[in-house]
Structure formats: C-alpha cells, structure tokens
Design a protein around this ligand. Sequence first.
Ligand SMILES: C[S@@+](CC[C@H](N)C(=O)[O-])C[C@H]1O[C@@H](n2cnc3c(N)ncnc32)[C@H](O)[C@@H]1O
Length: 293
Amino acid sequence: MFELSLLCPEDRVETLSDALDALDALSVSVEDADAQTDAEQALFGEPGMPPPKDGWQRSRMLALFATESLALEARTLLTAQDFFADCRILGLAPVPEQDWVRLTQSQFDPVEITPEFWIVPTWHEPPAQARQIIRLDPGLAFGTGTHPTTRMCLRWIARHGLAGQRVLDYGCGSGILAIGAAKYGAADVDAVDIDEAAVQSTVLNAQANGVTLRSGLPDQASGTYQTVLANILATPLKVLAPLLCARVAPGGSLVLAGILERQAEELQAAYAPHARLVVADREDGWILMTAVL
Ligand SMILES: C[S@@+](CC[C@H](N)C(=O)[O-])C[C@H]1O[C@@H](n2cnc3c(N)ncnc32)[C@H](O)[C@@H]1O
C-alpha cells in the first residue's frame, strides 16, 4: 500500500476526506499536525457521538491507497482543485509490509487484577500465580481489562465475591464484568448494553470462558439484583440513577465506575435521593463509587 500525507486547515478536512474517498483511498485518518508540540490541541468527544470538530487547526491527513498509481493520480487531481488552496502535500511513501496481527497482539499482555486474578489474551499463557483467569482478546466492544475503571470493578468483584448472587452488568461492553461476576460465584448474571455489538461480544466471550449468562439490550434487565455493576460515564450514570437504584435488591450493592475524581460530589448529589455513594477505590484519576441500598 501507499500512503499520501497532506496538511490542511480545519475547514478543509471534510471536503478533502470526501475527495480522497472518491479517489479510491482505502482509509483516511486525521491527526493534529501539531501533536507533541506546544501548539497541540486537545479535542475531546463523548463516546458514540460525532467528533466536536472535523479536525484540528492544522490537520495532517493520511490516506492509504492500494497502488502507487492510484496515490499519484489522487495527488495530481487534488492539487488541481480550488479547495486545495492553503493545503499542502507532505509526502507519498510505500507502507512497509508488517505482520499487523502480531503487532496488535504484542500490545496486549496479561493484565493483573489481583495477584491471583488475571485477564489473559488467548495468545498468552496465563501467569503461573493466576488462580482465576478471564480469557479475552481486544474486539469491537470496550473492556479488555487495560482501563482503570474496568480493573477497579473487577477488583471489587474479586474482593467481595458474589457467591450465589443475582448480578446485573449494566453497560456490559465485552462482558468482562459479567464474566468476572460469574467466575466469582454469581449464580445468575444479566449483562445488558445499548450497543448490539457489545451484546454479541458478551455472548461470544462468555462462551469462550465457559460461563453462562444472559445478554441483551437494557430492557432485558428484570426484577432486582444483589449486585448491580455499571461502568459507563458520569453523565449517563447520573441520568440512570433512579433506574439503576430500582434494580438493586434491599441490602444489595451498587457499584459505579467511569467517574473522574472531580465528579464524586455531583454523582453523590444525583444518587442522594436513592443511595449514599462512597468512594471505594481510586486509580489514575478515576474512582469507584459504591452504595449498599
Ligand atoms: C466503558 S464501557 C464498559 C464496558 C465494561 N462493562 C467494562 O467495565 O469494561 C461502557 C459501556 O456502556 C454502554 N452504555 C453506554 N450508555 C449506556 C446506557 N445508557 N445503557 C446501557 N449501556 C450503555 C456502552 O455501549 C459501553 O459498551
């Protein structure tokens, strides 16, 4: 493959992307041309929402082409367009052949939750000290154990044990928390998500781990549960407060993650009519909040 790189102002990103797409680019990616410098700009977006802007003030666009002739043709045609004013070609180069699968795999090592509990990709042997493992490869849905919010929930599960419990994983992603709950003794596990791909991932990952659970869209949750786990983000967690609390059985536990340290008070306020949230764990600026109902 051949990579054509371009520099353009933010207001040209969309037009150039469409043009590159029409010129048979296999993929187009956009990055901050000033990344790693003092002029770097942070662009934050909510997961699942469109980006807040099309690009950066100075955007570097990288387009992949199947052949050199397609890349050369794209370069010639683009530079002749009026909208290419203020844009610049940075280069055109062959992309070296790599074993992309191996490269991706090499970025995922086993993740320690506790000294006995590990998340292990299928291409790794479990560490010798592991007594409990979840086998999980990176896939379409969030939740490989590499994020602090997931790790804190799993640590809570491992420390508390869920023997014989009915458990709800609300926002299950890959199903990692639901699988962890089943491995730590839960008798009956529901794992729900608004994203169909997450539901599919959860079903497949549960099978791969020899765990029985039910996965579906959120309306599949029914009745009450001794433990409700929800690792989403502060804003949806606040909106979901009445719904999540209504799913916790009397004396049961609510376990919330996806919350930054500075968001603790707003979460406590949102849940105050239903539950008294406390900070139960913290890691890398994220906190785990729990309540007994
Ligand atoms: C941060 S991921 C957590 C995945 C996994 N439970 C973990 O701990 O790693 C959040 C998940 O919540 C889902 N989600 C977001 N908003 C939701 C909502 N309102 N109801 C149900 N699921 C939601 C997302 O689709 C995503 O899969």
